[in-house]
Design a protein around this ligand. Sequence first.
Ligand SMILES: Nc1ncnc2c1ncn2[C@@H]1O[C@H](COP(=O)(O)OP(=O)(O)OP(=O)(O)O)[C@@H](O)[C@H]1O
Length: 809
Amino acid sequence: MAAESTAFTLVLPVLPLDDEVVLPGMVVPLDLSDAEVRAAVEAAQAAARSAPGKPKVLLVPRIDGTYAKTGVLGTVEQVGRLADGDPGALVRGRSRVRIGAGTTGPGAALWVEGARVGEDVPEPLPGQVAELVKEYKALATAWLKKRGAWQVVDRVQAIDDVSALADNSGYSPFLTTEQKVELLETADPVARLRLATQQLRDHLAEQDVAETIAKDVQEGVDKQQREFLLRRQLEAVRKELRELNGEQDGEESDDYRARVEAADLPEKVREAALKEVDKLERASDQSPEGSWIRTWLDTVLEMPWNERTDDSASAYDIQGARAVLDAEHAGLEDVKERITEYLAVRKRRSERGLGVIGGRRGGAVLALVGPPGVGKTSLGESVAHAMGRKFVRVALGGVRDEAEIRGHRRTYVGALPGRIVRAVKEAGSMNPVVLLDEIDKVGSDFRGDPAAALLEVLDPAQNHTFRDHYLEVELDLSDVVFLATANVLEAIPEALADRMEIVRLDGYTEDEKVVIARDHLLPRQLERAGLDGDEVTIDEGALRKLAGEYTREAGVRTLERSIARLLRKVAAQHELGRRELPFTVREADLRGLIGRPHHVPESAQDPAERRTAVPGVATGLAVTGAGGDVLFVEASLADPETGAAGLTLTGQLGDVMKESAQIALSFLRSHGAELELPVADLKDRGVHIHFPAGAVPKDGPSAGITMTTALASLLSGRLVRTDVAMTGEVSLTGRVLPIGGVKQKLLAAHRAGVTTVIIPKRNEADLDDVPAEVLDKLDVHAVTDVRQVLELALAPATNGAAPEVPVAA
Ligand SMILES: Nc1ncnc2c1ncn2[C@@H]1O[C@H](COP(=O)(O)OP(=O)(O)OP(=O)(O)O)[C@@H](O)[C@H]1O
């Protein structure tokens, strides 16, 4: 403990030290050319003349003009010249002095009273203090060794006095004046040593960090320099080689570095690209690796990393978007409405900074489902127009290899990025509309599952970091608007369908086709044929006949082709001088221009030529990938002598359809008698049911009542009415169960010229979707029991005479 004497027994001249501190035990030279220093020394010398001992001064640190409260009594050891020749004095610090009041003395110096600060260190040192002494010495030694001050190490090691050891820190160049004043004013020697130790420890730690940094920096610089030098050498070698081979200087390889550096790439992509450039520069010009890397770099450089089209004003003006849809497509009110809703929601969410709706809740992806030629692809294109975005179509039909979607690994010979990456590249922007065409036709096999890769592409939670195997760097697909098309909903892999919002396009009525042809197909084909709208027109009657008798399809693709053929003929005739323009094509001209129609309704056929002109043939309605269609079911009984027993089914039927045939047969076997059918005929006789268009695979239960009707007609010998078509599943008890695709089937019935349609009662609600103009022309019967079907469909018995077949009006 420091014991302090309060008796101010000393009277000393003050020697101010600016930004310097002298602690007891230190010997320092002072410059006498400084007036205050000189005044103090001279005053001390004057006083010493009348007292014993060396001249004494009070060394007091002064910071910004303020004196410390404690000074050090110093003795002037010697007066002479400093190393630079200026007059100087050598002063030794002796002991701490507490400064008292000012007083007077000889000379110009400031005189004060002082009291010696006593010091009290316990003997022997308690363990803690001894440890502290050890620590201080170890730290001081470490520091001194770093500076190579070996002599000083020994001196410090030799100090045993706690106070002197702490004051030794006064020499430390790394301490600030304030830190030294703190040491000076800490009277307790143990506390002071603790402080000095802490200061030393902090400094060493700081120094360590600084050194590591310095070392790292140095190493970095070395590596860069080495790399730079090596590159220069490599460049020189390459240049020599090129000259040897007579090539031009300054070709691509070095170019890639510049191109990558100049390109607007996201940081991670740039890093990856530069890494490849490094590899390229090391690879020899002819190595295959070099050419892979170049192809990869080309792909990366061609990607529109930071390109995006401005969402056109119309995307944010939903009315404008709707106008675009209306202008480009006739009809399709429901579909356009649905697309408009989709755009509106998207707009509102983006205005609120929300992402696309994702996951299994659907909504992220619109899927347009319907038969060919109903405008799915062209609607997708219209969506892009409406949003002011680029449009790219990705054909997925027949894709079985996951790598088609996600790319091949680069080590693969002839590796390519997947279709998604190629689509974005083709679009030249990161926010195009991408139409995944025929998504129902992706398959999967041993080469992986493309549908799984598509799931990732379509999932908003994942697609902002889509990773193509070839590209290897992440691609953000979150701004891409994905649309999908499919012919058959059931064929879309279920997990994918789950993520889609299904919009159905079931096909057009004849009236709609006429409008589409007049407003869209004809103008487009006129232009293709190099004709003007006022040179050739096709009147409505002709268009109707084209739609009704020259084509039989749900969409308008063949219709468009027929119009094109017609216009080519007219153009050619005109060029050959055989036809004057302007010319209006009328119904009567069609035959002369493009030949006879291919699709005459059954009802318009000669009765003897009709499919249903013999018992055992019934007209069914089905939905295929091409839309709705009529199909004729034929049944026959084998000769008991020559034919095989049992049920034979032909026409590429699926399992469900086969079972449905069994049910129809079983129903007749058990209920035939009550229907007054000669079911005994069925005994021991083989039954054959055939679905023509034998090459087209068919499945599903909806032909149940048609098969029952065909068999009943066969057994009874009653013909099936030509104007009747039917659809419905049959149960073992003869109930008629609901089926799907009512709208498509009714459109098909109407196209084929059928006038009476039988559907299951439970499908009545589906009639709401059927266009009124079609319903008006059809006599639709909703039934619950197959007996009603037979009543409606079978023509009256003819008793062996030529059957009288009702003909539709
Ligand atoms: N409602 C419509 N209004 C105007 N044009 C239409 C309409 N529907 C179809 N078209 C035209 O019919 C043609 C065929 O359509 P598109 O190719 O889009 O059919 P799709 O349904 O995509 O067929 P696929 O399934 O075979 O791809 C296109 O030229 C399209 O512009």
